[in-house]
Each structure stands twice: as structure tokens, then as C-alpha cells.
Ligand binder design. Structure first.
Ligand code: HEC
Ligand code: HEC
Ligand code: HEC
Ligand code: HEC
Ligand code: HEC
Length: 214
């Protein structure tokens, strides 16, 4: 089955959480069991859904039902253009997502990082008439953090260490799409368990439950 068909069948994970995301680890065994039960129901439904998708693949029915690939955009306080930064100006992802190769979280740049390139002495350096830069200068002058809205978000019981993937040479694009050409970040890949496990199997990485669940 094509990747496009597979993703999108399951509902989107909760998104729109503000940064910094609540990362309180849920250690309650009861809660995990309750979630397990819910998941079993969901899993059966998903298997059924997948079978249906296979049957309908190629008819165009599914494609129409799940809508265009990667169409979910989330309104951000500033429309931050990834293509201009990571593409046109070739700024490495790690310049802004500073902890991606050494921490669980990739990290979101502070307004100081933006200001380092865009602002000198309280004045914008270039494109000062653009809406985005005016907004940036306002946050900077008020010394307020930019309230970026979180797009990707796993449930608390699942553990995703960025650094392990980066060290194993898995490219950002494989999971996030090509942000050198995309203006806005969209969810390219629904973050469901089957997707994680599929790649782990392909690359012969461990798939026992405790790898991803505490
Ligand atoms: C100049 C800084 C900068 C660079 C360079 C940059 N990003 Fe970002 N990135 C941001 C900011 C700011 C956000 C939050 C706003 C947004 O989501 O659009 C973000 C958001 C993201 C998100 C979504 C995070 C979430 O909320 O789930 C992903 C994924 C991402 N970037 C990946 C990349 C990749 C991959 C590259 C390199 C190809 C890259 N970024 C380069 C600044 C940057
Ligand atoms: C390493 C330098 C660098 C960093 C860091 C950086 N930018 Fe940029 N930014 C640029 C360059 C270069 C351009 C393109 C300017 C041009 O083409 O004239 C740009 C363009 C933009 C634009 C587009 C303006 C327009 O034309 O509409 C916005 C908005 C923007 N940046 C916001 C941000 C924000 C917000 C951050 C921090 C998350 C940030 N930038 C971090 C260098 C940087
Ligand atoms: C194997 C898949 C995968 C790869 C490779 C990957 N990511 Fe992610 N990324 C994720 C997942 C899954 C999440 C959600 C994590 C969560 O909610 O705990 C995420 C979340 C993010 C976020 C949200 C904020 C945060 O701090 O976690 C950013 C930013 C991000 N990724 C950037 C990157 C960049 C930049 C790269 C490459 C250097 C990269 N990612 C490589 C899967 C991946
Ligand atoms: C490679 C990582 C990985 C492995 C291995 C893994 N899981 Fe998961 N699991 C996830 C992720 C990510 C999620 C959250 C996304 C979702 O619900 O599909 C999840 C979700 C779940 C849920 C759903 C909870 C809810 O909120 O709906 C249950 C239950 C679960 N996993 C049990 C297991 C069991 C049992 C095993 C071992 C047989 C296992 N997982 C192995 C990554 C993994
Ligand atoms: C595109 C392939 C790919 C995807 C998708 C992927 N992983 Fe992985 N994962 C890997 C590779 C490769 C490693 C590296 C193992 C190593 O360090 O040798 C890894 C390692 C891990 C580890 C550390 C394993 C250990 O032995 O301690 C965890 C935890 C993990 N992944 C969780 C996840 C979760 C959760 C998801 C889904 C949200 C996910 N991964 C999606 C390829 C992937």
C-alpha cells in the first residue's frame, strides 16, 4: 500500500499543544492498562479500516475520503518560512533545532536565535516591511517568547528519542517531509505505532514494548 494511503486513516494525534509541551511522564500502571484497552478497540477498528483501504486502493475512493496529503496546517503566531531558511539560505536544521542530535527533543529556537540574524540595535536588518519581521521585532522589543504551537505530539507513554535516530543516520525528511521546499510545517506522517514498528522491523531495530513504552 502506498504511504499516502496508509497515513491519514487513523485520526490525527492531539496537536495544537503549546510549547513547552507538558512532558510529565505518566507512570500510572492503571492508566496504561486503561489505555491498552482503548487501544485494543482502536486497533481492531484500524485493522478493519486498513483492510477496507486495501480493497478500495486504486479506486480513488480512499484518496477522496482522507483528503489531500499533508494538508493539515496549524496557525502559528508568525508564519515562519522553512523553505527560505533551510532551503534558499541553507541554514542547517540543527542551527535552530539545536538539541536534535543529543536529546529526546529537537528543540525550538528562542527569539534570541531569530534576533541574532534579523535584529540589530532593536532594528530589523532586512525585509523590515514584511509582516513576519514586524511581528518578530515586536516580540523582541517586548522581550516575550514567541508562542509557537506544537504540531507533532506523541502521547506521554510513548518515548521517541530524536538523538538515537539522528545518530543512526535517519534523515529528518523521512519523518517530516522536505522542509527545504515547504513553506509551512505540516504533519507528513501520522505518528502511530504501526509506522514506528514498520521502520524498526525494516532496519532491524528492537521492537519489544519496553523500547518505546515505559
Ligand atoms: C532558522 C530556524 C529554523 C531552521 C533552520 C529550521 N527550523 Fe524547523 N522550526 C523553526 C521554528 C521557529 C519552528 C516553529 C514554527 C513552525 O512550526 O512553523 C519550527 C518547526 C519545525 C517542526 C515542527 C515542530 C512541531 O511543532 O512539531 C519541524 C518538524 C521542523 N521544524 C523541522 C525542521 C527541519 C527538518 C529543518 C531542516 C530542513 C528545519 N526545521 C530548519 C525554526 C527552524
Ligand atoms: C541564520 C540566520 C537566520 C536565523 C537564525 C533566522 N532567520 Fe529568518 N531569515 C533569514 C534570511 C537570510 C531570510 C531571507 C531574507 C531575504 O531573502 O531577503 C529570512 C527570512 C525570514 C522571514 C521572511 C520575511 C518575508 O519576506 O516575509 C521571516 C518571517 C523570518 N525570517 C523569521 C524568522 C524567525 C521567526 C526566526 C527565528 C525562529 C528566524 N527568522 C531566524 C535568516 C535567518
Ligand atoms: C524517525 C522519525 C523522525 C526523524 C528522523 C526526525 N524526527 Fe522530528 N519528530 C518525530 C516525532 C515522532 C516527533 C514527535 C515527538 C514527541 O511528541 O515526543 C518529532 C518532533 C519534532 C519536533 C517538535 C519539537 C521537539 O522538540 O521535539 C521538531 C522541531 C523536530 N521533530 C525536528 C526534527 C529535525 C530537525 C530532524 C532532523 C535533524 C528530525 N526532527 C528528525 C520524528 C522524527
Ligand atoms: C517502536 C516503538 C513502539 C514499540 C516497539 C511499541 N509501541 Fe506501542 N505505541 C508507540 C507509539 C508511538 C504509540 C502512540 C501512537 C499510537 O497510539 O499509535 C503507541 C501506542 C500504544 C498503545 C495505545 C495507547 C493509547 O493511548 O491509545 C498501546 C496500548 C501500546 N502502544 C502498546 C504496545 C505494546 C503492548 C507493545 C509491544 C508488543 C508496543 N506498544 C510496542 C510506539 C511503540
Ligand atoms: C524511518 C525509520 C524509523 C522510524 C519511522 C522510527 N524509528 Fe525508532 N529507530 C530507528 C533506528 C534506525 C534506530 C536506531 C537504533 C540504534 O541506535 O542503533 C531507532 C531507535 C529507536 C529507539 C531506541 C532503541 C533502543 O534500542 O534503545 C526508540 C525508543 C525508538 N527508535 C522509538 C521510535 C518511535 C516511538 C517511533 C515512532 C514515533 C520511531 N522510533 C520511528 C528507525 C526508525
Amino acid at each position: 500500500m502506498r504511504r499516502q494511503d496508509r497515513q491519514g486513516i487513523l485520526p490525527a494525534r492531539e496537536t495544537g499543544r503549546a510549547f513547552p509541551a507538558a512532558s510529565a511522564e505518566d507512570s500510572s500502571v492503571e492508566r496504561f492498562h486503561e489505555q491498552t484497552r482503548q487501544a485494543m478497540v482502536k486497533a481492531r477498528w484500524a485493522v478493519f479500516g486498513l483492510a477496507g483501504a486495501v480493497a478500495l486502493a486504486g479506486t480513488g475512493v480512499i484518496a477522496a475520503a482522507i483528503g489531500p496529503f499533508g494538508s493539515e496546517t496549524i496557525a502559528q503566531p508568525i508564519l515562519f518560512p522553512h523553505d527560505l531558511h533551510a532551503g534558499t539560505n541553507q541554514i542547517p536544521c540543527e542551527y535552530c533545532h539545536y538539541s536534535v542530535d543529543r536529546s529526546v527533543d529537537a528543540g525550538i529556537p528562542a527569539v534570541q536565535v531569530c534576533a541574532g540574524c534579523h535584529i540589530a540595535g532593536g532594528q530589523a536588518l532586512f525585509r523590515r516591511d514584511s509582516t513576519g519581521i514586524k511581528q518578530l521585532v515586536a516580540y523582541w522589543n517586548e522581550q516575550k517568547p514567541i508562542p509557537w504551537v506544537r504540531i507533532h505530539s506523541l502521547p506521554d507513554h510513548a518515548h521517541f528519542p530524536h538523538m538515537r535516530h539522528i545518530k543512526a543516520d535517519v534523515q529528518c525528511e523521512e519523518c517530516h517531509g522536505d522542509l527545504k521546499t515547504a513553506r509551512e510545517v505540516t504533519v507528513q506522517q501520522k505518528l502511530w505505532m504501526g509506522w514506528c514498528i514498520q521502520c524498526h522491523r525494516d532496519k532491524q531495530v528492537r521492537t519489544d514494548c519496553s523500547v518505546c513504552h515505559y
